[in-house]
Design a protein. Sequence first.
Length: 630
Amino acid sequence: MMTNPALPATRAAQSAARNNLPPEDGQDELDVRRGFIATFPDAEIRDSNGELVWGLSDYAFLGVEEAPDSVHPSLWRHARLNMAHGLFKVTERIYQIRGFDLSNMTIIEGDTGLIIIDPLTCSETAAAGLKLYLKHRPRKPVEAVIYSHSHIDHFGGVKGVIDESDVESGKVCVIAPAGFMEHAISENVLAGPAMTRRLQFQFGNTLDRNACCQIDSGLGKNVPRGTVTLIAPTRLIEDEVERHTISGVEIVFQLTPESEAPAEMHFFFPKLRALNLAENATRTLHNLCPLRGSQVRNAKLWSHYLNVALERYAREADVAFAQHHWPTWGTERISGYLRQQRDLYKYIHDQTVRLMNHGCTAIEIAETLRLPESLDKQWHARGYYGTLSHNVKAVYQHYLSWYDGNPSNLHALPPEAAGRKYVEYMGGAEELLERAQADFAKGEYRWVAQVMNHLVFSDPSNSEARELGAAALEQMGYQAESATWRNAFLLGARELRIGARGREVKVSRGADVVRAMTEEMFFDYLAVRINGEKADGLFVRLNWNIEDTARRYVLNLENCALTVRSGSEEGTHVTIHMTRAVLEEILTRKTDLATAVAERKIRIEGDEKKFQAFLGTLDAFRPMFNVIEP
C-alpha cells in the first residue's frame, strides 16, 4: 500500500520533539547489551510446519541511528533498543531471553534444576529460548515455572519448556498469583471478539514493517504467531508476602493485585540481591487501560506496590529487572528508578482526581496535564506504550465513568446521524472538504481527522474524504511518540484507504485455554450472544447435561435474558446432552451448536422447536467489524 511522506508540519513537530528529549547519556545502550551471551540471526523462529512464528529481519530498517521524518525521534530510539535479542546474563544464576517475543523469559539456575519465570506467548518462542539457553549453560531440568501475571504473553508458551505429564506427576511445579486462572481465562472471553479487533490497532500487527508503518509495540516489537498453551498452577501465592525456597533459591513473593494485571506479583531474591518487578515497572509509561480495552487498572494501588518494593527490597538489590525491556543495575540507580516509576503513576492519579474535583472533564485534563520536568526527562517514564493522555482518561473513568457530566453529551447522536448533521451544518461535503484541505495544509491534522470522520460516517463512499482523513491520521501516526498510538493512527489510515478486510487476521483460541474454561464461562459467553430483539417474547427453559463430567445446569431464557444455575429441574422444555469434548470443539470454533446438533454430537430430548428457537436468538460475531467507518 502506498504511503505519504512526512509533510512540513510533521517535520517541524519532529524537530521540536528532538529538541525536547531527555539528555542522552548512553546508559540505556549499555544496559540493553550488558550480559549478552549469544543469539541466532534475526531471532527467526519457525513452527513444525516451517511457518514463520517470529523474526526480526523485517525490522532491519531500524539499523539507521537517526530517526526518519516519519517516526517520532524518541520512539525511533526506543524501537532500536527493543531490537536487542538473545540470551543475557542478569546476575549470578539469573538469565533472560529477550527479543524472542513481546515479553522476556527469565531463567534462574537452582541447585538441581531451572526455575522459569514467564514462558512467553507461545510454545515455539519459549522452546527456542530454552534451547538457546541450554546451548550455552549447564544442562539442568526445569523444576518450576512461575507465571508473574495473568496476561497471555507471560504464560502462553509454557508447553515449550515443560511437559504437562511432569506437572501431573509432581516432577515440576507451576506457581502463580491468587486468581490467576480466573483472570487468565475470563479477561478476554466475554468481550473477546471486540478486544481482538481492537488489538489490531494497538499492536499494528496487520501493518507492513517499515519506517512509514509499524516499527514497534512499546513493550517489544510485536506478538508472535505461534501455539498458545496453558498448564494450570499447582501452587498459588495467596498471602501478601510469601517466602519459598525452590531448588535452593530463596524467593520472596509480593502480591500486587489490580495493578498492571488483576493477578500479578513481584519477586525478590535475597541471596542473589535481585528484584523482579514483573510488568509493573518497565522502560515505558504503561497503560492504565490499553487501547484494546480492559477493566481500568488502579493507578493508586500500582504506585503503592512499587513503593512497597522500594521500601522492602530495593536497598538490598544490586539489579532490578522485569518481564519486558532490560534491567537496571546498581542499588542507587534502582532506588531512583523505582521512585520515579512510583511517582509517575501516583502523579497521574492524583492530578487527574484534583482537576476532576475542580470540574474538569477527562478530555480537558488530558489536553492540559503535563508531567513535571523531573519525570518528563526520564526515558523510562515516556509514553511508548501507555500515554499520559489516555491514562488520564482511564483514571477519570475509574472514578466517574464515561460520562463527563455535561447533559448535552448524555444522549448525543450516534456517529452516522451526527455525521450527516455536521456535514449539513458545515455547508455540505464539498464545502467541508475545501475547508479541511486548507486546515490540512496548515498542519491541523487532529481537527482534519475529526472532521473527516464525520464526513466518512455521513457518506462512507466519499473517496476524497477517506483519503484526506487517512492522510491526516498518517501524519498523526508519524508524530506519535507512543507505539500504540502510532499503530492505531496508521492502521486507521490504511483501512480508510483499502477497507477493513484488506488483511484479515485469523482468530483462534488455544486448546489449553479452552480446556481451562469452565462451563459457567461458556454459558456467560452464550448469554452475551443472545439477540434481545430476536428473543423478545420467547420463553425457553433447558436442562443442560455435560455427560462425561456429570455436570448439570438449568438455563432459563426469559425476558430476553439468559440466566444459569447448577442442578437440574423437572418440567423443562428441553434437555441437552453433550460431552465436554464437543463443548471444546464449539469453543475452538471447530463446530457450532447448530452443526453439532445436525451431526448428532448433541442429543436433544423434549421440544426441539424450542431449542431451535433458542439457537435462532444467538448472534455470530464478525471478527473484522468496521471501526473507522459505519
